[in-house]
Design a protein around this ligand. Structure first.
Ligand code: FAD
Ligand code: UDP
Length: 403
């Protein structure tokens, strides 16, 4: 009998599985329908031997000491401060918009104070900042909004910024200095040996069993467990009782080029041209030395794996109905970006999972402290993240249930 069945081996599911197993002595089965652990943070070496992120570029950044310390139990870090250029009017300029962006774009030589005045002169004041259009237009005016945000947002979400919550474009600040970092968080780093290795270390505990390539709905009736953690799409869990919650998807196109460096920045955004939004060159992120280089294009689309909840009021209303169902479902806890319908970064998902663990462990049976398994961030067996050699689903199930 498992104490917990955890659906989804991404950050939400793996953090909870790890805490429940190592801190509360619970027996956990974690199931994922994909053939690997790590959810959307999954990385692997491609055919050329270059580390890529299978579901698009993942850069770790947080202001939470607690989250950074937590992950540091499972990985060493490579310091990395992310930076991005946008291709606008045929030039590559910094995004977030900063002093250099304006000077390059308009051939000027403004100071920080002058650019502040420039923004004030073009900004369109808004009484209330409700939408993603309001955020940008009220900061930098319509022309810069059109050049940097409108087209990108239309591509990314299939919606005009005026149809999206303010929080979406508010993720990208505006600066009057020359700081070209994409994030300003206190902790910014990449797992030294990749995300998948970090997840292997998280899940490498005698109380945790892993079942991959398996939709939990195929096996849930046959597995004895007491409680469930669910991290898949919340509307799917309830068989779309109130209709589908919109999630935006992406198609990824990877290329390997036989050159050391392909583009002059880790990520280049294309707000106005092409069907893709951005191109990422992984070696900048990972620091890998290699004579070739791999890149990925992101093409937004409606159909496909659910990657982004779509932040707008009508979706929040629909989610509230599912949230009420979730709260009324005994012995099932919902966590993560898909199950709580939140446009969360990795650190926010981990913080949410740690908070849920605290809640569960205070209301659950008394915590049994098990001696922490000796862990080294170097020693977990290197695999492709699929938890071992391929075995048939039935044998895997039998072994898991027997154990
Ligand atoms: P997921 O990683 O989606 O894990 C959920 C898992 O549940 C999946 O593996 C899925 O296969 C499994 N599952 C679903 N249904 C079932 C089922 N029925 N049965 C079995 N398994 C099931 N965050 C950052 O902090 N920095 C970044 O740079 C960044 N970049 C991103 C780029 C892209 C393109 C995307 C899409 C996201 C990015 N994020 C980034 C966000 C980050 O991916 C998420 O915050 C995080 O991965 C969410 O973790 P999760 O566990 O909630 O969900
Ligand atoms: N955005 C934009 N132009 C850009 C970068 C971002 O319009 O050059 C908008 C767009 O709506 C995007 C949102 O800001 O979805 C958040 O950007 P972020 O880079 O945080 O997106 P993510 O990495 O989550 O895809």
């Amino acid at each position: 009998m498992f104490d917990y069945l955890v659906v989804g081996a991404g950050f939400a599911g793996s953090t909870l599985a790890e805490r429940l197993a190592s801190q509360a002595g619970k027996k956990v089965l974690i199931i994922d329908k994909r053939p690997h652990i790590a959810g959307n943070a999954y990385d692997r070496h491609d055919d050329a031997g270059i580390m890529i992120h299978q579901y698009g570029p993942h850069i770790f950044h947080t202001n939470s000491r607690q989250v950074f310390d937590y992950l540091s139990k499972f990985t060493k870090w490579r310091q990395y401060q992310h930076w991005v250029k946008a291709c606008v009017d045929g030039q590559l300029v910094p995004i977030p918009i900063n002093l250099d962006t304006i000077n390059t774009l308009y051939g000027l030589n403004l100071t920080s104070m002058e650019v502040e005045k420039f923004f004030a002169s073009v900004a369109e004041p808004r009484e209330q900042i409700l939408t993603s259009e309001d955020v940008v237009v009220s900061r930098v005016g319509r022309e810069l909004y059109e050049k940097f945000f409108r087209g990108y947002t239309n591509k990314q979400w299939g919606l005009d910024p005026s149809q999206l919550d303010a929080a979406v474009t508010a993720r990208v600040p505006t600066r009057t200095n020359r700081d070209q970092r994409y994030f300003t968080d206190a902790y910014q780093a990449m797992p030294a040996h990749g995300y998948t290795r970090m997840f292997e270390n998280m899940l490498n505990h005698p109380n945790i069993k892993i079942l991959l390539n398996c939709d939990y709905r195929e096996v849930v009736k046959h597995i004895p467990f007491k409680k469930m953690i669910y991290t898949g799409p919340v509307d799917e869990f309830f068989d779309y009782r109130y209709g589908k919650l919109p999630y935006r998807s992406l198609r990824f196109e990877f290329e390997t080029h036989h050159t050391k460096v392909y583009q002059p920045a880790p990520v280049i955004n294309y707000p106005n041209d092409y069907a893709y939004t951005r191109v990422t060159e992984f070696k900048y992120l990972t620091g890998q030395e290699h004579s070739s280089t791999s890149i990925v294009y992101e093409f937004p689309q409606d159909e496909g794996d659910p990657y982004y909840p779509v932040p707008r009021s009508e979706n929040a209303e629909l989610y509230k109905k599912y949230q009420a169902l979730a709260e009324a479902t005994p012995n099932v806890f919902f966590a993560g970006r898909l199950a709580t319908y939140k446009y969360y970064n990795m650190d926010q998902v981990i913080a949410q999972a740690l908070a849920l663990f605290n809640k569960i462990s205070t209301s659950d049976d008394p915590i049994i402290q098990t001696p922490t398994a000796t862990r080294s961030t170097e020693t977990a067996p290197r695999s492709n993240g699929n938890g071992g050699s391929p075995r048939s689903r039935r044998r895997q199930m039998e072994e898991i249930i027997k154990s």
